[in-house]
Structures are given as C-alpha cells and as structure tokens.
Design a protein around this ligand. Sequence first.
Ligand SMILES: [Zn+2]
Length: 288
Amino acid sequence: MRAGLKTCAPLAALAVVAGLIMAAQASAGDPPEWSTPVKPFKIAGNVYYVGTMGLAAYLIVSNQGAILLDGTTAENARLIERNIEAVGIPLHSVKRLISDHAHQDHVGALAHIKRDTGAEFLASAGDRWALEHGRVRGDTNYRPKPFAPIKVDRVVRDGDIIELGDVAVTVHLTPGHTPGCTSWSTTVQDRGRQLNVLFLCSITVAGNILVGNHAYPQIASDYRATFRKLAAMKADIVLPSHPDIADVIEREARRDAGETNAFIDPQLLPSLVAESSAAFETALAAAR
Ligand SMILES: [Zn+2]
C-alpha cells in the first residue's frame, strides 16, 4: 500500500503541474477584448450591436420579436443577455438564434442563451455536426476549444428567407472558414433610406489546413467559390463577427461624433473580399 502511494506521488505531482499549465493556458487563451463590455447601440434601422469590444453579436428586431446572430464565448452569455435587455428587448422576445460559424468565439454562449430565451436555433447543414457536438469539424494547425453543443432546430439552405414579423433575413452559404459558414442579409429602413445589410461570415484562413484537410477535403475550392460569390454581392453596411474587421466599434464612435453615415460603406465588401482572397491564395501557395 505504501509502495502504491509512493508510485502514485509523482503522478499526483504531475497532475497538479498539468492542472496549473492548463489553467494558465485557459486564462491566457482568449484575447481580453473578447470579453470587454461595450454599451450596446443601434447600427441602422432595426439592427443593434449587442456584442463585446472584440466579438460581435447582432440583434435584428421585428414587430414580433427578435433574431439574435451569434452569442460570442460561453463566459459572455449573461453579458450578451444583459445587452439585449438594455436595448429594450426582453429575453423571451428573442425568437430565433442564428450564427456565423461553429467556432467557440461566436457560438460558445448560444446553448445558454437558447435555454434562457427558448428561441429556435437555425443553422446550415455544413456546420450542424459541429454545432451539435460542440467541436470544430475540419483540420486546423491549432487545437480548437470545444463549446457547449447546441441543438439545431431547423436547417437552412442557400437562398432561404427567414421571416419573423416584418423582418426577412436571407441565407447565403459562404463555406471555407468552416464547412457551414453562413452569411446573412437583410434590408433596413433608416432615416428614409433603404439599406442592404450583410452579416459577413469569417473569410480568413485563420489556422485552417488548406492542403490535405482530411475532415474538410474541399476547403480550398469552397473558399474560392465563396470569394466569387461575395464579389458579386452588394452591401451598404457590412457587419462581420469580428467587429474590428469592419471597424464597427470605431464607426459607432465616429457616428457619435457627428458623422451620420459612418456605417454606410459600399466599398467595404469588395475591399474585404479582395484582401482576404489575396491572403488565402498566398497561404494556399505556401501550403503546397
Ligand atoms: Zn472562426
């Protein structure tokens, strides 16, 4: 028995060390701005920003409840819920949940928010497995964090129109970053103008294996098809899941300072697509 204890001791010590290393990795993991609160604000028409400094969550409000796009990380769940309430929407009025793509920084909080709101969760077939297993599908050069699985209540297809009250949101499958990466669009009426709003799924390579990806073999051709598709689209306002990509927080500050049209930028989509497409081709060439 003593001998057993003796042989266990080094293992126990190792376990403690491993635990400490894991704790250090967890706290050092996510960028701090991902959980830094910002005051929620209206972007245009019935579209609100309810995310954090570094991760977006968008609320599209209709006359019969609201649609929430993304929940950000698990640790932010209550923060996002408070932001929704702060723009005047009770949680039980959130009727639909949708997401950008199945990575923990965008969908980590959705299982929690789904429980609290009772909302229906809509997602593409390409990300369904990942969402329902809480694990990234596709080979990456980093170890993706798992997240709480979220049951998909309804699978959406390219071109589907999601209706809620007086709001209609169109589904645009834009795979590559994940197999089911989904962009969404809607039109808003803002101060007498009609504006096209595109909620753009991530189009960065971001650690994805582009050549020899066993879990996602068609990744490279998907990226290219997505770039072609997005290059043919028009948007007055582009709202990505990482707000810094479109300077969402800065644009709000500019508008606050008097620049009324700070969010309207029809050149943003073509320039983001050109930039990301070039970066993708460079990464693909390097991977070959
Ligand atoms: Zn991602």
